[in-house]
Design a protein around this ligand. Sequence first.
Ligand code: 5AD
Length: 351
Amino acid sequence: MQCLADELKERGTLGDEGLRTLLESEDPLLEQRLLANAREVTDRTFGRNVWLRALIEWTNVCRNDCLYCGIRRSNAAVARYTLSRTEILSCCAQAWQAGVHTFVLQGGEHPAGVEALMDTVAEIRAAWPDAAITLSLGELAPETYALLRRSGADRYLLRHETADAAHYARLHPKPQTLENRLACLRVLRETGFQTGTGMMVGSPYQTTDHLIADLRFIERFRPEMIGIGPFIPQRDTPFRDFPAGSARLTVRLIALLRLMHPDALIPSTTALSVLSPDGRMSGIRAGANVVMPDFTPSAQRAEYRLYEGKNAAWTETVANLQTLREELAREGYAIASGRGDSPRTIQPVTQ
Ligand code: 5AD
């Protein structure tokens, strides 16, 4: 009998029971095979290249109250900030100089601030015509997405968090719904963004069935980018006492997603590197091909507390790019230059 990890590599998909076995199996050989197959497929499509994305945490102001998130509206322990146009441009300049050719502007859901940001996006586009501009600003009106796209942004990240509506409702108070989240993802795609989505792994109440539903949703949606990371409790949130998600399961999911989406850009996320010193490399060994070093100025970065330990992930910061380069080189990976678009949808930069 052919092993499930090989069948997934050949077919790019499996039935639910096959996926369940790969998620839950205690067989170390099957797990090894899964991870090795995923890396092989990554090498075939992308080579042993890792693309860097400069994360710029634009604001921690947020209108939402997600039960897991440290910058939720009702957390009074966070000092709120919004980076100015000058600060953002200076982060981009630093990133460009460090050879990072994608800028990711991420923030809480702060529609009132987005208008000013739009002008900044246009300035970034004019100043660095060859850079990719990625936004991660939550759920906004379709018109706002269209304006952002016209200002010159290329990509948009919006995790679906969980593809099960009832589970979604346990993680997000009203009026947030899975339906709205998915509607936004469809609009983003129609607006011409390269679109990224993904889920938290091990969030409270999550079951294997939920993860299978996540894999099926991603399979249908076929995003250009897929970002997943373990849930990590944050002390000022209602979920403070829940256990963190498992790094091992996160890495397995990266491998599964790679085999189901050979040409997707998949980051080895900060949350994974927070759980263990080897976290980031374990993601890359399992088929991740993106790392997102944090270029936010340190004072503000300290207040962008999505989860506990985020700021202790010191190798993710700009000062440690050289360390990252060496760490990757030791295992035969190189930092790629260029925008690192999905080979599926290379879109021209909007003027
Ligand atoms: N643990 C892990 N990831 C989190 N995020 C927010 N809060 C947490 C947490 N406690 C993730 C969400 C969101 C992204 C910006 O950060 O998935 O989409």
